[in-house]
Design a binder for this molecule. Structure first.
Ligand SMILES: [Zn+2]
Ligand SMILES: [Zn+2]
Length: 128
């Protein structure tokens, strides 16, 4: 009787250790996957460092200077720039776009641009 019990305990212990090992390996695998994902995210963040920095600047100041003048009022465009989809260089500031929407002076479609690619961010406080 004693012998049978011992055998059973042995068997259960082996089973338990086997399961434990499998579980451990599974965890290791998952850990590796998470690590790989972290590395990928790190790489993407690193590759887009400049873009992210610019967007952070825009978000923190809440204004963006395009370095382009509005064709209607002649003021520097700050905030959203509306660029005509047909005309070569026709840009409107937010206020003039709204006026244009009401009086329908310029009927082409406009692109809504938050950030001009070729221009640098200027500190908007310097303009006023
Ligand atoms: Zn304007
Ligand atoms: Zn136009």
């Amino acid at each position: 009787m004693k012998k049978i019990e011992e055998n059973l305990i042995d068997k259960l212990t082996q089973e338990y250790e086997k399961k434990n090992k499998e579980y451990f390996n599974e965890l290791k695998k998952k850990e590796k996957e998470i690590e790989n994902t972290h590395q990928k995210i790190k790489k993407v963040l690193e590759e887009n460092k400049e873009e992210i920095k610019e967007f952070e600047t825009i978000l923190s100041s809440n204004v963006y200077c395009h370095g382009i003048k509005c064709n209607e009022c002649g003021n520097e465009i700050i905030g959203i720039r509306y660029k005509c989809s047909k005309c070569e260089e026709y840009n409107l500031c937010e206020k003039c776009e709204l006026k244009n929407f009401i009086n329908k002076k310029h009927l082409d479609l406009f692109y809504k641009i938050r950030k001009s690619k070729t221009k640098n961010i200027i500190n908007c406080n310097d303009i006023k």
